[in-house]
Design a protein around this ligand. Sequence first.
Ligand SMILES: Nc1ncnc2c1ncn2[C@@H]1O[C@H](COP(=O)(O)OP(=O)(O)O)[C@@H](O)[C@H]1O
Ligand SMILES: [Mg+2]
Length: 255
Amino acid sequence: MHAVKLGVPVLDELLPEGVLRSSLISVQGEPGTGKSAIVAEVAYRFTQRGEPAIMVCMEDTALSAAQRILTLGFDLTKALEGGLVFLDCFSYRIEERIRRARLSPSVSRLREAISGSTVYIGKPRGPEDVWRAVLMEVESRGVAERGAVVLDSITEFLTRVDPVVLLESMKELRADLCKGLMVPVFYTMHFGVFDEYRSIMECFTDGIIDLRFDPKGMKMGILAKQVRVRRMSGVRHLTKWVSFEIVRGEGAVKV
Ligand SMILES: Nc1ncnc2c1ncn2[C@@H]1O[C@H](COP(=O)(O)OP(=O)(O)O)[C@@H](O)[C@H]1O
Ligand SMILES: [Mg+2]
């Protein structure tokens, strides 16, 4: 099939046919609007169908990403069996002596449980080091036309590398992974920082999923999450803002 449904309840409402597998998709919004939760669920839903998913952890450890899957109420064991892989681009920051610190038995067990599915990346010089690792993982798992890659977040790079370098390297990633291997890539990007750069990125993404807090609720001091699909190449989609909640075990559901 050319298109694939995402399996995230609120996104399935907005994207009834799913997305093209050849898509590079931006999930963007202010901090706290649910970007990380949404892309974690996207990855989880792929593994539920037995399709591998690679979670590239840029601003957090693989262990934290695994904890997020658990607190979302999802079955991590099944996800790992289904092909969930963590590419940990954060743990290199943890000092050696801290790494050896003793953690509680439950956390240690979790770390052990994901160890076979975690690839640790040393300090990347730039995005190309991370992409190379992603491509190696994808190729070694033979996931052409199957599975997905989620990257949380690319804002992490913008604080370190020249935006032009990142832009060029994102184009390469899109060409190889999305267009060449037909593996969709979802990346998160924060609002409020490097906003001028965001509009350039948007020009060559295939899809844009916007997240925000409901402006009406904000006036009353309520932070209600909303999502809309601003653009999605090649498929029918609704463009209205829809309110959603993150419900344990169910994921992001329309309210
Ligand atoms: N596992 C979870 N269970 C319940 N609510 C969650 C969970 N993960 C995230 N949320 C809700 O979503 C909000 C945003 O989470 P997050 O995905 O980290 O946002 P972002 O990545 O956009 O900064 C949290 O503040 C919380 O309200
Ligand atoms: Mg986040």
